[in-house]
Design a protein around this ligand. Structure first.
Ligand code: CDP
Length: 202
C-alpha cells in the first residue's frame, strides 16, 4: 500500500509530535525532513560547502542531538534557501514518500513540492508566541542554556526566511487541511490530525 501524508508548517508548530503520532497510529514510516536541512546546516557550521554537504549526507549524520540547537536551526534555514541544496535532497524524500506501507513526511514544502500528490496534506500552525514558548520549554527540558527572547527571535527570523525564499517557500498547499494548535493540547492536535488522515484512507 502506498499512502503519503504531507505535514507542513512554520517553525516549532508541533509538526514533529503530530507526525510521529500519526505514523505510529497508522503504522507508517516517518521522515522529519527538517533533520536533513539541519544536518546540512551543521556541516556548513563545521566548514563544509552547502552543496557538498547536501550531496554527501548519510544516515549517520541525522542522529546527533546537536542538530536540535537554535544555531543549527538558523544554519538549516540559511542553507535551505539554496536551490542546489534542495535539489540534492529531493530524490531521497520523494522515494521515502512512496515506500511500501505508508509514509509521513514533515517539513515546509512536502505538500507543495516534494509530494504534491500526497493522499493527505496537513498544514499545522500556531501563533508565533505559542510556538516560541513551546520551543523555549523544549530546549530548556533538553538542558540547553536558552533565553526566551532569543528563541522568539529565532522562530520569527526562520519563518521570514522560509516564507520569503524563491525556491519552495513555506506556504500551505491549496488542498491542505489546516490545524491551528494555538489553543489545543497535544492530544487534541494529534486527534484532529489522525481523524483527517483516517478520512482520506477510507
Ligand atoms: O523543528 P522546526 O520546525 O523548528 O524546524 P525543522 O523542521 O527542523 O526545519 C529547520 C529548517 O529547515 C527550517 O527553518 C527550514 O528552513 C528548513 N526546512 C526546509 O526548508 N524544508 C523542509 N522540508 C524542512 C525544513
Amino acid at each position: 500500500m502506498i499512502f503519503s501524508v504531507a505535514i507542513d508548517g512554520p517553525a516549532a508548530a508541533g509538526k514533529g509530535t503530530i507526525s510521529k503520532a500519526v505514523a505510529a497510529h497508522f503504522g507508517f514510516a516517518h521522515l522529519d525532513t527538517g533533520l536533513l536541512y539541519r544536518a546540512v546546516g551543521a556541516k556548513v557550521l563545521a566548514g563544509a560547502s552547502p552543496v557538498e554537504a547536501a550531496l554527501s549526507l548519510d544516515p549517520g549524520d541525522l542522529e546527533s542531538d546537536a542538530l536540535r540547537t537554535p544555531a543549527v536551526a538558523q544554519a538549516a534555514s540559511e542553507v535551505a534557501v539554496n536551490p542546489e541544496v534542495r535539489a540534492a535532497l529531493t530524490e531521497f524524500q520523494r522515494n521515502f514518500a512512496v515506500r511500501e506501507g505508508g509514509a509521513v513526511l514533515d517539513g515546509r514544502d512536502i505538500g507543495t513540492v516534494i509530494c504534491p500528490r500526497a493522499q493527505a496534506k496537513l498544514f499545522v500552525t500556531a501563533s508565533a508566541e505559542c510556538r516560541a514558548d513551546r520551543r523555549f520549554k523544549e530546549l530548556q527540558d533538553k538542558g540547553m542554556e536558552v533565553n526566551a527572547a532569543d528563541v522568539f527571535a529565532d522562530v520569527i527570523a526562520r519563518d521570514k526566511r522560509d516564507t520569503e525564499r524563491a525556491t519552495a517557500p513555506l506556504v500551505a498547499a491549496k488542498d491542505a487541511h489546516l490545524i491551528d494548535t494555538s489553543d489545543m493540547t497535544i492530544a487534541q492536535a494529534v486527534a484532529a490530525a489522525i481523524a483527517f488522515v483516517q478520512s482520506k484512507l477510507l
